[in-house]
Design a protein around this ligand. Structure first.
Ligand SMILES: Nc1nc2c(ncn2[C@@H]2O[C@H](COP(=O)(O)OP(=O)(O)O)[C@@H](O)[C@H]2O)c(=O)[nH]1
Ligand SMILES: [Mg+2]
Length: 291
């Protein structure tokens, strides 16, 4: 029996229900607190509300309420001069955002689950081996997206830590078998407005990409490795358009298996196995509801 749920962010137990509906890509967003994951998810949903995105139209979502909540939060914050999103609730270990879209060209249906693990979970995994080992949910993802904070890259004081945190986390997850050598990886530089100012020319973006690429030489061996730049919510003093790079990012996630993500770790439909796997998603005790 399909359980009814109120459209909130899915919990791990609900996820297999959705994945039974056909091939569903799971895209895991990783990144430290404040790197812009929530803004990106809100931006994607907002873009679909406004129309077709990169040749795909919104069809339905099992997490509509959760998406709307994220958008509401980013809308209210965009009215203040310094935009700010509420912290992704620490008590939530893992949230999945579901999207079912139709490709305008051939009316084919595509399903995607965005996994937003709270920043706290990732920071735990970065520093504690046991914590990294509990992120078994990552074994079934189609793509790991490592966000790195462009604002922090813009300052010499924070730059090195951004690289070492990102690389350290990937290494740790691999060492404890939470990801494999075959897990596809995309590195996304968020808040690129903070790096290029108003200059979003190809040349400026390529310079950013080359700099970042030089720091991810080893990681670039992973399947489908690529670096992208986005500004989901650029600072008001720049002329960088809202959701810069977001459509392209989304279409790279939705692209056909053959061309983009033919790799192994595709979620299988086997409900039991998946429920078992996802049942292991780790909710750190210290972030449990305090009420
Ligand atoms: N300048 C700039 N700030 C951004 C951008 N995207 C997000 N932010 C800001 O970064 C902060 C943290 O974003 P959030 O999405 O909550 O990060 P999360 O903790 O990874 O979910 C917020 O104040 C956002 O407004 C961007 O493209 N450019
Ligand atoms: Mg967040």
């Amino acid at each position: 029996m399909i359980k009814l749920h109120p459209g909130l962010a899915l919990k791990a137990d609900d996820v297999y229900q959705i994945c039974r509906g056909g091939d569903t890509k799971i895209v895991a967003l990783m990144g430290t607190i404040g790197c812009g994951k929530t803004t990106l998810i809100a931006g994607i949903f907002q873009a679909f509300l406004e129309g077709s995105v990169a040749g795909y139209s919104f069809r339905r979502s099992d997490t509509l309420v959760a998406f709307e909540e994220k958008c509401f939060n980013s809308r209210t914050s965009s009215e203040s001069s310094v935009a700010s999103m509420p912290r992704t609730s620490g008590q939530v270990g893992a949230e999945f955002y579901h999207l079912e879209v139709v490709r305008d060209a051939d009316r084919s249906i595509h399903r995607i689950l965005l996994l937003d693990l709270s920043g706290e979970v990732y920071e735990g995994a970065m520093h504690v081996e046991d914590d990294a080992a509990k992120l078994t949910v990552l074994r079934d993802v189609s793509l790991l997206v490592q966000l790195i904070d462009g604002k922090k890259l813009s300052s010499g004081a924070t730059r090195e830590k951004v690289y070492s945190d990102a690389k350290g986390l990937l290494r740790r997850l691999f060492e404890v078998n939470s990801i494999t050598a075959q897990t596809p990886l995309q590195v996304v530089v968020s808040k690129v407005d903070q790096l290029v100012g108003d200059d979003t020319s190809q040349r400026a973006l390529e310079a950013v990409r080359a700099t970042v690429a030089s720091r991810f030489a080893k990681e670039s061996q992973r399947p489908h490795f690529e670096i992208r730049e986005i500004a989901a919510s650029p600072a008001q003093e720049t002329t960088v358009p809202m959701r810069f790079g977001v459509n392209g990012l989304l279409s790279s996630w939705l692209a056909d298996e053959e061309s983009a993500m033919p790799a192994l770790p595709k979620l299988k439909v086997s409900g039991d196995r998946l429920q078992h796997r996802l049942g292991e998603v780790w909710m750190p005790e210290r972030f449990e509801a305090s009420e």
